[in-house]
Design a protein around this ligand. Structure first.
Ligand SMILES: Cc1ncc(COP(=O)(O)O)c(C=O)c1O
Length: 386
């Protein structure tokens, strides 16, 4: 095979890594208690707040995204507490599982997968149960490609009598879709390194609002590695409580510099453009979009429903083996039913044309009837219009 290492990784994380970020990771190791690390840690901790649009502290954990989800639960939920989880897919379910593991009494609002949570249902649930202490929500539900309206959900939460804490998973949106932590009043914001941040897996982020600290201090759940009180003590000293993934901190600094250079408005626009190109192309192919409503469609991942007669797993296998294009399948109940195109981080509109042309080739080889070039043409039209 020529160019055996060349691969188009278009899954919704981990995502491809820019060469300068790869190089940054190859810098010589430094001691994590050294003055150099202290400076590095202070620089990245200050800059990452810009991405989160917050004045709150954002702690950098050495863990996958789920570690930060667990940190959010372990620090805000005591056994027996009533919590509300908004479930629009697999990652909402993950909050349910973690909250159950910590002994919470879990209420859920579940929407049909492919749809977004209706903020009115949040208002209604909180009127019925004002004792709810924490609400857990997912911004981009990676398993379906829906983006939930966190501005409206936050309004519903904060205008309720109990005004519970609001915890939001932004693992597959932060840095790709605008998220206004302070303006919307989000208390705990969780994210991960391996998606729109253009980094390898291994770092997670958690922003914490001032009003969360009383609850965190008083919380009764056992916690050690993820005890946010320890991270709070270390941060002003440019430290982390335990040995951090130092190389990922080098890479984070490079990623933040790249993001700053591009400009956040441009980054969000680039992601929206990729979404619109992919959606126009999928429509031109006559394939059903799993998220029918454009307004609810994520700018970082698009899910496509396999219509009758199309074996989506066979399609993914063919694209991977023959063309080295890696797309994601469905998760849990959606396995075999949908496939997903990731378009976040180190991806630009022109890359989508290759993805879509390759997808067309795969579909034709599987006998799917289509007008050759239709997907690329539709995407190009969106690209030209900008
Ligand atoms: C929305 C969302 N939340 C949480 C996670 C879990 O992150 P990790 O796999 O890094 O633990 C993912 C991973 O895909 C995700 O997309």
């Amino acid at each position: 095979m020529i160019f055996a290492e060349k691969r188009q990784l278009r899954i919704p994380g981990p995502t491809p890594i820019p060469p300068q970020i790869l190089r940054a990771g190859a810098q010589p190791m430094m001691g994590h208690r050294s003055g150099d690390f202290v400076e590095l840690c202070k620089r990245v901790a200050a800059k990452v707040k810009t991405v989160f649009q917050t004045e709150n502290d954002v702690f950098i954990l050495t863990s996958s995204g789920t570690g930060a989800l667990e940190a959010a639960v372990a620090n805000t939920v005591s056994p027996g507490d009533q919590v509300l989880v908004l479930v629009s897919g697999v990652f909402g379910e993950r909050f349910v599982k973690i909250a159950n593991a910590y002994g919470a009494q879990v209420e859920t609002i579940r929407c049909q997968f492919g749809h977004a949570i209706d903020p009115q249902t949040v208002t209604d649930a909180l009127v019925k149960k004002p004792e709810i202490k924490v609400v857990f929500a997912t911004h981009c539900e990676t398993s379906t490609g829906v983006v939930n309206d966190l501005e409206k959900i936050a309004e519903a939460v904060h205008s309720s009598l109990g005004d519970p804490l609001l915890v939001v998973d932004t693992v597959s949106s932060m840095g790709g879709i605008e998220f206004k932590t302070d303006k919307w009043g989000i208390d705990l914001v969780v994210s991960g390194s391996q998606k729109a941040f253009m980094l390898p897996p291994g770092l997670a982020f958690i922003g914490v609002s001032d009003r969360s600290w009383d609850i965190i201090e008083a919380n009764q759940s056992p916690r050690f590695y993820f005890d946010l009180r320890a991270y709070r003590k270390s941060l002003p000293k440019g430290q982390t409580p335990f040995t951090p993934a130092v190389s990922l901190f080098y890479q984070l600094e490079e990623a933040l510099a790249m993001m700053e250079a591009e400009g956040f408005a441009n980054i969000y626009q680039r992601h929206l453009l990729m979404r619109d190109m992919v959606r126009a192309a999928v429509r031109a192919l006559g394939l059903p979009l799993f998220v029918a409503e454009d307004n609810n469609a994520s700018a970082t991942v698009t899910s496509i429903l396999g219509p009758q007669g199309l074996d989506v797993e066979a399609l993914r296998k063919l694209l991977n083996q023959k063309y080295k294009l890696v797309l994601a399948g469905g998760q849990a109940d959606l396995k075999g039913k949908i496939f997903r195109i990731g378009h976040m981080g180190f991806a630009e509109p022109i890359d989508m044309l290759t993805v879509l042309a390759t997808l067309e080739l795969g579909l034709v080889e599987l006998g799917w009837k289509l007008e050759g070039g239709a997907a690329v043409r539709a995407a190009e039209e969106v690209l030209v219009r900008g």
